[in-house]
Design a protein around this ligand. Structure first.
Ligand code: UDX
Length: 437
C-alpha cells in the first residue's frame, strides 16, 4: 500500500518537497501555520519564484494528489510519513541556528498522533538535534502509538529545486531502525537509481553542514585567488578556467565574484561554527571564519571599486544596481550580496536604483528607502556607475551601446564576471571587475 505523506512547513523546501512527492504519485497533505500562504497554495498560486514548481503545484492540485491545510489534527490523521521542512534561521543573539520552528512542529504534532508513523526531519540543524527531537517525539506521543524519527537532509538549490528533488545526486538517511530505512527506501524508490547513504542521526545531520561548508569554502577559495589576482594584475576568470580542467578540482562552484548569499550558505556555516565550538571542536572549523571574512570582503571591494569609478565619492552620484536576488532564477533576497552592496552605497550618500527581473517586490518590501526601476535600462538612466551583482542572463546580454545612451558616465563594475570586458571597453566604458586587471 502506498504511503500517505505529509509535509510540515511550505517554504522553499516544503513547497518543493510536497509538489515533487505528489508528482511521484503519492497522496500528499502539506501544512503551514500561515493561513494566507495556505490559501494561495490551494489556488495553485505559488508564493515564491521557482522555475517549474508552479506547474507541478497546479497539476497535482488538479489531480487531487496534493492538498493543503492549517490543521495538525488533519495531518496527524492523514499521514504515514510526516516530513518536517521548516526553517532554522540564524538566531538574533549570535551564530547558532534557531530550531524553535522545528520544536513547535513536534510539540503540535506528537500529542495528536494516533497510529504507527514515521516522522522525517529534512531541515538543516545543528548536529545532535535529531537525537533530542527523537526523544521528545516519543515522550509527547500518546502511549502505545509507535512513532519514530529519521533524519533526511535536503540538498536542493533554489532556482533548481524541482530538478534537484526529482533527480538528486544522493539521498542521506539517518535512521535508528531498519523499519525506518525500509519505509524511506520505498518512498524514494520512484526516483530510480540514486546513491543512498544510510547512517546514524549525527552523521546525517553533519553531512549537510559539511556539504555547505565545502561549497562555501570553494567559493571563498576562488574569491581569495581573485584578491591575489587583483594584487598581481592577473585574471581570475582565466585562472578558474585553467583550474577547472583538473578533474580533482572541477569547474562547478568555482565562479568568482561578489560571493555567496542566500538563506543557506551564510547562516549554515555560522551555525556549524557555533555548534562545533559547543562540542569543543572549534579549531576544526576555525577556517570557516576566514571563509566568511573573504566573502564579506568581496562586498566591501565592490563598493570600493564603484566609489573609485564614481570619482571617489558617492555624494551627489547615482548608482544602478542590476540584481536584487541572491542568485539568478530566484526571487529570494535573504542575505543578498546585491542588496547589501546597494544599501552600503546608499549609506555612503549615493542614490541607488535597483532592478531585478523577479525579486523587486521582495526587495521593495525589505528596503523601502532604495529606488527601484522596471528595467535595466531604466535603472541605469542618469547613472554615474552601473553594478552588475546578480548574473541574470538578461544582464550578461546587455548591449553596452544601448546602455551608453542612458547613463551619465560610462562606468561598470562586473560583480559576477559575466561581461565581455573587451566589448564594453571598446564601447567606451570603464570596465572594472573583481579579480581582473
Ligand atoms: C545552497 C546549496 O547549494 C544547497 O545544496 C543547499 O541545500 C542550500 O544552499 P542555494 O543557497 O540555493 O543552495 O544556492 P547556490 O546555488 O548554492 O548559491 C549560493 C550562493 O553562492 C549564491 O549567492 C551564488 O551566487 C553563490 N555562488 C555559487 C558563487 O558566488 N559562485 C559559485 O561558483 C557558486
Amino acid at each position: 500500500m502506498p504511503y500517505r505523506l505529509t509535509v510540515l512547513g511550505t517554504g522553499y523546501l516544503g513547497a518543493t518537497h510536497a509538489a515533487c512527492m505528489a508528482e511521484l504519485g503519492f497522496d500528499v497533505l502539506a501544512l503551514d501555520v500561515d493561513e494566507r500562504k495556505i490559501e494561495r497554495l490551494r489556488r495553485g498560486d505559488l508564493p515564491i519564484h521557482e522555475p517549474g514548481l508552479e506547474e507541478l503545484l497546479k497539476r497535482n492540485l488538479a489531480a487531487g494528489r496534493l492538498r493543503f491545510t492549517t490543521s495538525y489534527e488533519e495531518v496527524a490523521r492523514f499521514g504515514d510519513v510526516h516530513f518536517i521542512c521548516v526553517g532554522t534561521p540564524q538566531r538574533s543573539d549570535g551564530y547558532a541556528a534557531d530550531t524553535s520552528y522545528l520544536d513547535a512542529v513536534v510539540d503540535s504534532l506528537a500529542p495528536l498522533l494516533d497510529r504507527e508513523c514515521l516522522v522525517v526531519g529534512k531541515s538543516t540543524v545543528p548536529v545532535g538535534t535529531a537525537e533530542r527531537i527523537a526523544e521528545k517525539l516519543v515522550r509527547l506521543a500518546p502511549a502505545g502509538v509507535q512513532v519514530e524519527l529519521a533524519w533526511n537532509p535536503e540538498f536542493l538549490r533554489e532556482g533548481h529545486a524541482v530538478q534537484d528533488t526529482l533527480r538528486p545526486d544522493r539521498i542521506v538517511l539517518g535512521v535508528a531502525s531498519e523499519r525506518a530505512e525500509k519505509i524511506l527506501r520505498e518512498v524514494y524508490a520512484p526516483l530510480g537509481d540514486v546513491p543512498i547513504v544510510v547512517t546514524d542521526y549525527a552523521t546525517a545531520e553533519l553531512v549537510k553542514s559539511a556539504a555547505n561548508a565545502f561549497l562555501a569554502t570553494k567559493i571563498s577559495f576562488i574569491n581569495a585567488m581573485a584578491e591575489v589576482c587583483e594584487a598581481a594584475g592577473a585574471d581570475v576568470t582565466q585562472l578558474a578556467r585553467a583550474l577547472s580542467y583538473d578533474e580533482r578540482i572541477g569547474g562547478r562552484y568555482l565562479n568568482p565574484g561578489v560571493g555567496f548569499g542566500g538563506g543557506c550558505l551564510p547562516k549554515d556555516i555560522r551555525a556549524f561554527m557555533a555548534r562545533a565550538t559547543e562540542l569543543g571542536a572549534d579549531r576544526a572549523v576555525a577556517f570557516l571564519q576566514e571563509v566568511d571574512a573573504i566573502n564579506q570582503r568581496r562586498r566591501t571591494r565592490v563598493v570600493e571599486l564603484a566609489r573609485e569609478l564614481a570619482g571617489g565619492t558617492f555624494e551627489g552620484r547615482r548608482a544602478a544596481v542590476l540584481g536584487a536576488a541572491f542568485k539568478p532564477h530566484s526571487d529570494d533576497i535573504r542575505d543578498s550580496p546585491a542588496l547589501d552592496v546597494a544599501v552600503r552605497i546608499a549609506r555612503l550618500g549615493g542614490t541607488v536604483t535597483v532592478y531585478d527581473p523577479v525579486a523587486l517586490d521582495n526587495a521593495r518590501a525589505a528596503y523601502p528607502d532604495l529606488e527601484y526601476a522596471e528595467s535595466a535600462l531604466e535603472a541605469a538612466r542618469g547613472a554615474d556607475v552601473v553594478l552588475l551583482l546578480t548574473e541574470w542572463p538578461e544582464f550578461a546580454a546587455l548591449d553596452p551601446d544601448e546602455l551608453s545612451t542612458v547613463v551619465r558616465e560610462r562606468n561598470i563594475v562586473d560583480g559576477r564576471l559575466v561581461l565581455d570586458a573587451e566589448a564594453w571597453r571598446s564601447a567606451g566604458w570603464t570596465y572594472r571587475a573583481l579579480g581582473r586587471p
